[in-house]
Design a protein around this ligand. Structure first.
Ligand code: PFF
Length: 462
């Protein structure tokens, strides 16, 4: 069979921007601020930073390294490194399935963000006197099947368009255009936030830890969040790593990705909390923070109309650079392993994901009364993917590199392109080894136990 040459990123910065694009998404701008708001602001943030350094960065390096060493998709990578072990291939397969599941509901929320660009532009926010009214309006929109499904499909088409164009011409080029816009929009919004009268209360909230909210659950939520936000555990970073050249410095790229992702989450939190405090609203509104509280915040700030449009544009761009990485995992698998053309894989699986996402979009209207284990369909698939599939995937990635592939084989791969780091700062590599071998598996295992409620069960028993 004639082999089509596998694509590669045009440059290291292309990889860093695409991978940072995957990492920076709804997780940073929608999820991080509201979780931080629920668990005591600065105290939670501090724990989250520690988790990111101790688990996030080492696992990101391990996952990307598997991809770069094999230049394959998640299933093909494990197949190559284990000489065809069925077990390890199924771990890769679980990643591909997780990508499919996450994309199906992630694109529903992204569709809401897209729809809110129009809502912001229409000026409707000015009719909301308080977050409850904005919340009712939001609930009205998502219970409208046409609105909900329409924007979901619109967003899926955008995602498919970028992946269809290829690694270099679609994902890399798209990331190089969208990421600088994202940074710029966020800087404008942070500037607006911190210059508001009364913003200092928001800044204080960010800097002064309130330890009373920090429970075991908060620590585990911080770990889970650093996982989701770095796109770890399902082969997205593995797949992106597979397009990376062995001449590029992998550890330094991983540090850049983690730094950018963390910085964006902190800046998004700063922009949001300064606005929320300056307008006298509550920071702990939960998942509704962005769609219930923020529209009211914008009506109370000078220039709010303009900034509200920018905010939802920012949210949509962030979601798009993440959703393309989810679709790319599935695409790479079918292109590499099944010999499909990229175009066919994107059209077929983009379409299939859209169909599979419909019950998530219907969870707020047609299927509102249907529950799975006490959750609606949307919350159920989110729970399965983010709280079970990702931690399990991350656990096996760390265990695989440390105990099965082994550092003896992994280290020369890591060294390629990073020779100076190995010569001058070998201690950093020794730290990485310890984190991947001991810290990451144990801590991820704890996140997992918590996710399935086992910790509660154990606590109840004792
Ligand atoms: N990291 C993305 C976010 O923070 O929104 C979510 C995500 C994207 C998770 C891609 C997993 C993934 F493979």
């Amino acid at each position: 069979m004639a082999q089509i040459k596998r694509e590669q990123w045009g440059s290291k910065i292309g990889f860093v921007l695409a991978a940072a694009g995957s990492a920076i998404g709804l997780g940073n701008i929608w999820k991080f601020p509201y979780i931080a708001g629920q668990y005591g602001g600065a105290a939670f943030i501090l724990i989250y930073l520690i988790c990111t350094a101790v688990i996030g960065l080492p696992v990101l390096m391990a996952e990307t390294l598997i991809g770069r060493s094999t230049q394959k998709n998640p299933v093909g990578a494990f197949k190559k490194l284990t000489n065809g072990s069925k077990f390890w291939q199924s771990i890769g397969g679980m990643g591909v399935a997780a990508g499919f599941i996450i994309l199906s509901y992630y694109a529903v929320v992204a569709g809401w963000a897209l729809g809110y660009i129009y809502q912001a532009a229409s000026g409707v926010f000015y009719q909301f006197s308080k977050p409850e009214v904005a919340g009712q309006y939001f609930n009205g929109l998502i219970s409208d099947v046409v609105w909900n499904v329409g924007y979901f499909i619109f967003f899926m088409i955008l995602t498919m368009g970028v992946v269809y164009a290829g690694v270099k011409n679609g994902i890399e080029r798209g990331s190089k255009i969208m990421m600088p816009i994202l940074f710029l929009l966020l800087i404008i919004l942070v500037f607006r936030g911190v210059t508001l009268e009364g913003a200092s209360a928001g800044i204080r909230y960010f800097l002064h830890p309130d330890w009373s909210h920090v429970t075991g659950e908060a620590i585990l939520a911080a770990m889970g969040q650093s996982f989701f936000t770095l796109s770890l555990g399902m082969g997205a970073m593995l797949t992106y790593g597979s397009y990376m050249s062995k001449k590029d410095n992998l550890p330094s790229a991983a540090v850049s990705i983690v730094t950018l992702d963390t910085l964006i989450a902190l800046l998004a939190g700063l922009a949001i909390f300064t606005g929320v405090f300056a307008t006298g609203l509550s920071p702990n509104a939960g998942p509704g923070l962005i769609f219930h509280t923020l529209p009211v915040v914008f009506t109370k700030m000078p220039g709010g109309y303009f900034f509200s449009i920018l905010f939802f544009l920012l949210l949509t761009i962030a979601a798009l650079t993440s959703s393309i990485s989810l679709l790319e995992v599935i695409t790479a698998y079918f292109v590499d392993e099944k010999g499909w053309s990229r175009h066919r894989a994107v059209l077929f699986f983009g379409g299939l994901t859209t169909i599979f996402g419909l019950p998530s979009a219907f969870s707020y209207n047609l299927l509102a009364k249907v529950s799975f284990f006490g959750l609606n369909f949307f919350d159920f698939v989110d729970f399965v993917a983010a709280n079970i599939l990702l931690p399990v995937g991350g656990f096996f990635i760390a265990v695989f590199v440390a105990y099965f592939w082994g550092f003896k084989k992994a280290l020369p791969e890591l060294k390629s392109g990073a020779e100076k780091l190995f010569e001058k700062y070998y201690w950093t590599i020794s730290v990485w080894k310890i984190l991947v071998k001991y810290f990451a598996p144990v801590l991820i295992f704890l996140v997992f136990l918590n996710s399935i409620g086992a910790l509660k069960l154990i606590a109840d028993i004792f």
